[in-house]
Design a protein around this ligand. Structure first.
Ligand code: NAD
Length: 359
């Protein structure tokens, strides 16, 4: 995405999509969504589909559907509908839909036009922006994918109104990540009240700030060879927890996994002399006050470490960490002694077990 004009954000803009997308440019359109959204937004989707020779493609929701089999199903539907390069795919959904739909669009006929309409807070602040598309393979997160930008991202914060609280909190984890990486003032606003009590107008401000940060970094370093790695704060450990939870009943949302990752990675940052103790406490407090995690008994230090060692961001088998130096500033390409990593994860798991026993 070259500039901000490719992102359109306005409360209620879904109702006037015809004014934002020039449908006349495309011979056909298809809308990809998941089963929950197809039901919840039936009328709005009908309206979009009415405007053109069009097709609705509905896939199952959830991280365990973000795989090659589902992509094959999407390719098949596009093929049966004689979709060509002059057509447009609209990804209407959360990060699962924009990741998978972006991947399907980028690979079908070597790439067709696609637009993201993110419907979760997490996708509006993060997943739908920046051009990373992916599916999971062999229960490992996002390890098959491409960097490719959507033609446009259209954000209607009103869509958040139908999101369950757990999914709103999931999105807030990424907002908190941006605040810790870039903006102490934003962090202070975030800790001023509980995440679920922010108004839609306040949310809109957080959304705009967050995607602006992401856009700036992705413009600087699209392929993540440098500064874009800052955004991996919380994700190295977070992805390991999330990948391992996909196969269990106690699945973690992406944001919950990132919140756990930020807790543990902040502790590592404090142990190596980056973060001050009182800053670590502030980060712990905001996460512990807003989230309650449920972890599968199958998660343990050994399988978490194994998962992290197979992370695609590693170079020469070494984990490159993005760690906070202070609230509002993160440093990337940091190497950390494995003992510190082990100790920080163990502390988290032990505290978790103690809390479970208490309750
Ligand atoms: P999701 O897409 O799985 O959606 C979560 C749930 O919310 C689903 O059940 C969905 O049906 C439902 N839902 C979506 N919008 C709704 C709405 N408006 N009202 C009611 N229900 C709604 O989850 P997510 O958190 O949006 O995305 C997570 C995915 O995003 C993960 O796969 C993660 O790897 C990916 N991700 C990608 C990037 C990137 O840069 N590409 C960044 C962060 C996360």
């Amino acid at each position: 995405m070259k500039n901000k004009s490719n992102i359109f954000c306005q409360l209620g803009c879904l109702a006037k999509l015809n004014k934002i997308i020039d449908f006349s440019k495309y011979s056909k359109i298809a809308v990809l969504t998941d089963a929950n959204l197809a039901n919840l937004y039936k009328d709005q989707l009908k309206k979009i589909l009415k405007s053109k020779n069009s097709k609705l493609i509905v896939i199952g929701s959830g991280e365990n559907k973000k795989n090659l089999k589902t992509v094959e199903g999407v390719w098949q539907e596009l093929f049966d509908f004689s979709f060509d390069r002059n057509c447009l795919l609209i990804n209407f959904g959360g990060g699962m839909i924009s990741d998978l739909g972006g991947f399907a669009a980028a690979t079908y006929m070597r790439g067709i036009n696609f637009i993201n309409i993110p419907t979760t807070l997490l996708a509006q602040v993060d997943a739908a922006i920046g051009g990373k598309t992916a599916i999971n393979f062999k229960f490992t997160k996002n390890n098959i994918g491409l960097f490719v930008n959507p033609n446009k991202v259209i954000i209607d914060p009103l869509l958040i109104k139908s999101l369950p609280d757990r999914e709103i909190l999931s999105g807030f984890a990424e907002i908190l990540k941006y605040a810790i990486i870039f903006d102490q003032k934003m962090f202070n606003s975030l800790i001023s009240k509980s995440f679920l009590s922010f108004t839609l107008e306040e949310l809109k401000e957080f959304i705009e700030k967050s995607y602006s940060f992401k856009l700036k970094l992705t413009q600087e370093d699209f392929l993540e060879s440098g500064s874009r790695r800052l955004l991996n704060f919380g994700h190295t450990i977070g992805h390991a927890f999330e990948s391992l939870s996909i196969q269990t009943k106690a699945y973690l949302t992406h944001g919950e996994a990132v919140a756990i990752g930020m807790l543990i990675e902040s502790e590592m940052a404090e142990k190596i002399g980056f973060l001050k103790k009182n800053e670590l406490e502030k980060i712990k407090k905001v996460i512990n006050c807003n989230y309650s995690f449920k972890l599968s008994k199958k998660l343990n230090l050994e399988n978490i470490m194994d998962k992290m060692k197979s992370d695609k961001k590693n170079i020469d088998n070494k984990i490159h960490w993005s760690l906070p130096i202070t609230i509002g500033k993160v440093s990337y390409n940091q190497f950390v002694d494995e003992k510190v990593v082990l100790m920080s994860i163990s502390n988290f798991l032990e505290n978790y077990k103690k809390n479970v026993k208490k309750n």
